[in-house]
Ligand binder design. Sequence first.
Ligand code: HEM
Ligand SMILES: [Cu+2]
Length: 635
Amino acid sequence: MKLPIVGFMPSDVIAAWIFTFVVGAIITIYVLKRRKLPLIWDYMRTTNHRKIGTLYLLFGFVFFLRAGIDALLMRSQLALPNNHFWLIQGEKYNEVFTTHGTIMIFFAAMPMLLGLMNVAVPLQIGARDLAFPYLNAIGFWLFFAGGVFFNLSFFFNQAPSVGWTGYAPLSTEYTPGPNTNFYVFGVQVSGLGTILTAINLIVTILRHRAPGMKLTRMPLFPWAALFTSWLILIAFTVLAIALYLMMFERQFGAAFFSGDEGDPVYWQHLFWIFGHPEVYILALPAFGIFSDIITTFSKKRIFGYPAMVVSLALIGFLGLMVWAHHMFTVGLGAMANTFFAITTMMIAIPTGVKVFNWLFTMRGGIIRFTTPMLFALGFIPSFVMGGVTGVMLSVSAADFQYHDTHFVVAHFHYVIISSTILGIFAGIYYWFPKITGYLLDEKLGKWHFWLFLFGFHMTFLPMHLTGLNGMQRRAYVYYAGEGLTALNFTSTVGAFLMGISMLFFFWNLYKTFRFKPIAGNDPWDGRTLEWTQASPSPENTFEPMPVVHTSDPYWFAKKSGHAMITTDDVRPMPPSPQTILPFLTGILMISLSFGMVYHWFWLAVLSGAGVFAIMFIRNVSDERIKMEKGEKIHE
Ligand code: HEM
Ligand SMILES: [Cu+2]
């Protein structure tokens, strides 16, 4: 169909427009009828860590659904040989796997993890907010801006189609239109927000712990958040540079990655120096979540705490040294391939240490099979399976066989879904009381878990075999008689089971908000400081402030029957003002990106000037200046 302003529109884009209008109308009616506008206005201006964490979870989840629909579209196309499903073939398929991968990594998995960190880390270490609440809001709205901008590309039928890796010269010489620019700017803007949030978390964890909470007494989730933040700082800086270079190449005729002077392998190095640590940025926080959950529901201290911390550090460190295992077939030479093969294999050692420590933590414990615990238990064997194929892939000679087949697709979904996605759901069920004050339903939670886990293995286990049988990654068609049909069909059924499992999650949310089962401060009989605070966590936490003498301090206070020792002599909490400026910054970054993508440079310059103006206003109206003058900030 041809529309006047935007040109030709395929039917899936039109369907998306209609869907969005209908859902938008329903939400608007709901908001107006239930008088939710003040609430929305409050969240638009909030700088409180729990509220920002909630926003991260909410929008990360919205993008998760969009990328999940992409996944189902791909699996529908691949369900049968020589299939013509709707119009998901050829270039359309390229767009779909690109937006699926990019959104899952940058706009779903990472923000949901950052959301959980925002909610839980300050509460677990006795901090009263993140160190820089205003910066936290900026970080969130930049993620929001990047995510919205990237998603808008689809509505103009200009979705990027160069893979989430954006390999040159495909992403430079061969896609001159706006499509790839949406990738460059969407990821760049949200990546900037991620860097700011990482700095914020590092300062918070290092400087704002409760009195007596030495680093060696800190729960494992904040530890994981700390190492993750360092990885973000390094990896996302490299990504930002890479995307800048690509922007200059695409928009201003520089030639870093293509042409006579440039080299596409240079892009691959930069991308994977970011891209491999990214995998650990997704996995380490999940490890932290599982560690806390497994100790709580085994009623035991974590086994081998120092080894757990050291292996987190080692995994993070080795993760920075192995990027070229994504480039074994590029032709770097035997020496380079061997070095990267060996460093990659070494990561299995600290990972193995962690797996055994989780198992030893449960050994002899009093285990409660709650929903969060089930997600943690499901993670262990699934992740080990993904790890085993990872070691197979790290054998550089063998990788020439596996490279760019569905074996790789199976491998990375095994590791990412079993760590990150199971971790996110475990964390949501576990900390839901701290976010909303209510407990999610256990029975529906278990349905969600079992269906998801079963669907997950059913989807990705067969992909190992189709891959070994030669089915290529990023190809939209295969033929009958190649021995791929039954396996692919099974995969597709599994994917739809995962989709159905999400319906149980929705039902659960609906039921919970309908019947409001009040959770109380400590519904799980927890061990760490967040369970000493009210649910949902108030804006003024830790008043008075606990003094920490041991790890799992709350548990030992409960066991000894004494209340926790507290003190009034603590650093004041970081002032968290209500301000619309971070939100406006995000909106301006969207219009700046539009200006750049479509070469409306007047718009880009104007929006950039707006951002600088906001920075200036912020400089002269910083709430700490008011504090100096003795004005009241908290109402
Ligand atoms: C919910 C179930 C999921 C299904 C059924 C699914 C399915 C797929 C399929 C079939 C492909 C391969 C496309 C091809 O090479 O032809 C793919 C690629 C990919 N998926 Fe998923 N996926 C799921 C969840 C996830 C999650 C949770 C993540 C990350 C958080 C993820 C990240 C990726 C990435 C990065 C790619 C590579 C895209 C590219 O080649 O550029 N997927 N997915
Ligand atoms: Cu890697």
